[in-house]
Design a protein around this ligand. Sequence first.
Ligand code: PHE
Length: 329
Amino acid sequence: MINIDQIKQSFEQDIKAITDVESLKVKYLGRKQGLLTLAFKELVNLDQAQRQKLGPLLNSLKKEIENAILNLEKQSASSSEKADLTVPPISEMTGMLHPLSKTQKDLEDIFLSLGFTVENGPEIESDYNNFVALNFPDDHPARDMQDTFYIKGPETKDPHKKLVMRTHTSPVQVRFMKTHKPPFAIIVPGTVYRNEATDVTHEYTLTQLEGLVVGEDVNFANMVWTLDYVLKKYFGSDIKTKILPTYFPFVEPGAELAMSSPRFKDGKWVEMLGCGMVHQNVFKHAGYQTGKYQGFAFGFGTMRFPLMKHGIPDIRLLHENNLQFLSQF
Ligand code: PHE
């Protein structure tokens, strides 16, 4: 016997305690066992009078239930679009600069603020640009196979043809001076190669930053001021710097700048860079009239900068590409 009222009441009960719209739909409208579907099937067995009486009632109950379910479905679709503010955010892994790129960028910004421009040069260089034009005597130890990676090629004595992996960024001085007249102030960031065993403080692939300032009245004091300014900008104004004499073939006098701060290496003096007044022989190789110009040059390894600033114990960590290490900076 079809009991329309019973189906109606049961639906009203269920909708009050609803947890899942889909199972409600199956229970009443399901194609095989739905309570309404079954009622419609039963209708066929009834006599005409009863069919005419119950048919329209059943139809209107079906419409009512379908509408109620449709509404519930709409509601649940729109509520799932609302943001749940209590869900913790998914932290996205965004890209970041490698500490060496960051150091280079920071140093470039400091030099750019002083009016320097940034220049570049190739990592494979002629023996001439890397050594001869920089006034390296033929028997200088840095020319030894010990320190220099030579590029295999036809046997030649011509230093313009003999190729090396550049051992410093200084050959870019030569390239730049061949095509530019003073005054100018440039820096040259770049990678250099030394045939050395690696340990906590040594790498054979190094990043350097070179500087060259040339004009008619550039002097040693300009150099000391500039380098002191740059280091204070990078490390903080509490550091102290001092200049010590040293030898590089391409500068005369040559110097080394050391830095000290209680924050680094227990306040001990740390060698930071090489520098000096450009040797007149270097100007001669560049094609400048000797005696006309004065200039200062400096060059330093940029890997030491983040090592000291962040207290990184091993230089090799900078080339290992370990994301856990790198993402701290
Ligand atoms: N080219 C030197 C080096 O690699 C550094 C330097 C550059 C020193 C310029 C003096 C002047 O060690």
